[in-house]
Every structure is written in structure tokens, then in C-alpha cells.
Design a protein around this ligand. Structure first.
Ligand SMILES: [Zn+2]
Ligand SMILES: [Zn+2]
Ligand SMILES: [Zn+2]
Length: 178
């Protein structure tokens, strides 16, 4: 058996798609198609492969704190020109604050790229009003779990459409049990 280059006592489960070395389960992060190790260089490749984020409809400009309404395109690109302070904001560098006058509730979070894509498509098809946070937002080497926030009025509906699907959920928010 091949062993992990970091843990010689552990069996390697795959090579990293970035650097090609053998790693154990602890040392790899799963993307949509490949495994990547936790070296910053390889994590950068992983983030490029992640599906695009979906930002909330309303955010607070991280620069001047005015409330901005995002267009659909801005919700996926994460790049916004703030009309108040004239700044061009890249959420990848400067994460927005979420406007708290909209009643969105955190439903669940996941690190599994397949599940994240699946949940998004289910919510899109069911016309659930939601946004996701966490993807592509971290400048840290570690990938953060992607968090799903659902419009409060559709929380029950959102739970219902996910009920029969087998997901590798990282964690359910406590709101799941409300
Ligand atoms: Zn690597
Ligand atoms: Zn390892
Ligand atoms: Zn601004």
C-alpha cells in the first residue's frame, strides 16, 4: 500500500490533483471532481474549481456600510461597484456583511462539492429564496464549509425538498430543528 506523504502510518486514498503526491483522507479536500491536498498552492487550484457562490440579494458594502441591492450577475460574480462610495468591491478579497433586515435563516452547511451543487439545483428548481456563503470567500488555506441560508418564510419548504435526499451534510444548523 502507498502511504500518505504526511502520515507514513496512514494509507493514501488518492493523489492530490494539484501536486500529484499521495495523501490520506485527513490531508485531502474533495472538490467536484478531484481531491486536493491542503498546501496553499493546491487549495488555490481547488477554489478555482469550486462552483460559483451565490451572494444574498442585499448586502452591506464592506467599504462604506451602505446597503446595496445586488443584480443576479453580481450575486454570482461577487464583484460589485458600490454607487455610494464608488469602490469596486471583490467579495473574494473583501467579504460583504449581510444585511440583517431580511429574514434569512441558516439551514445547513456542507464541505461536499457534489452536495453543494445538488442542493443549489434543488433550491433553484423549487424556487426557494436562498443564498450561500463561505465558498471562495476564504483567503485562508483551509476551505470553509459552505453555508446555506434560506428565506425564513420558506424554511419548512426547504427542509421538505431536501428530506429524501442523501447528503453528506457537514452540519445542520440548529434552525433545522426549530
Ligand atoms: Zn497538492
Ligand atoms: Zn495524511
Ligand atoms: Zn460602498
Amino acid at each position: 500500500m502507498k502511504s500518505c506523504v504526511n502520515h507514513t502510518d496512514k494509507k493514501a486514498i488518492s493523489i492530490c490533483h494539484g501536486c500529484g503526491k499521495d495523501y490520506c483522507e485527513l490531508c485531502l479536500v474533495e472538490s467536484k471532481e478531484f481531491y486536493f491536498c491542503k498546501n496553499p498552492e493546491c487549495q488555490k487550484l481547488l477554489r478555482e474549481e469550486l462552483p460559483p457562490a451565490l451572494f444574498p440579494k442585499k448586502i452591506i458594502c464592506p467599504n462604506c456600510s451602505s446597503e446595496l441591492k445586488l443584480e443576479d450577475e453580481e450575486r454570482t460574480s461577487g464583484k460589485v461597484h458600490c454607487p455610494e462610495c464608488e469602490a469596486l468591491i471583490d467579495f473574494g478579497v473583501n467579504p460583504p456583511k449581510i444585511s440583517n433586515n431580511e429574514n434569512y435563516i441558516e439551514l445547513l452547511s456542507s464541505l461536499n462539492q457534489g452536495d453543494i451543487a445538488l442542493i443549489k439545483s434543488i433550491f433553484d428548481n423549487s424556487k426557494i429564496d436562498y443564498y450561500v456563503f463561505g465558498e471562495n470567500l476564504s483567503s485562508l488555506a483551509m476551505v470553509q464549509p459552505t453555508r446555506f441560508f434560506v428565506n425564513e418564510s420558506q424554511l419548512e419548504e426547504a427542509k421538505e425538498v431536501l428530506k429524501d435526499i442523501k447528503l453528506n451534510i457537514w452540519s445542520y444548523s440548529k434552525n433545522q430543528y426549530k
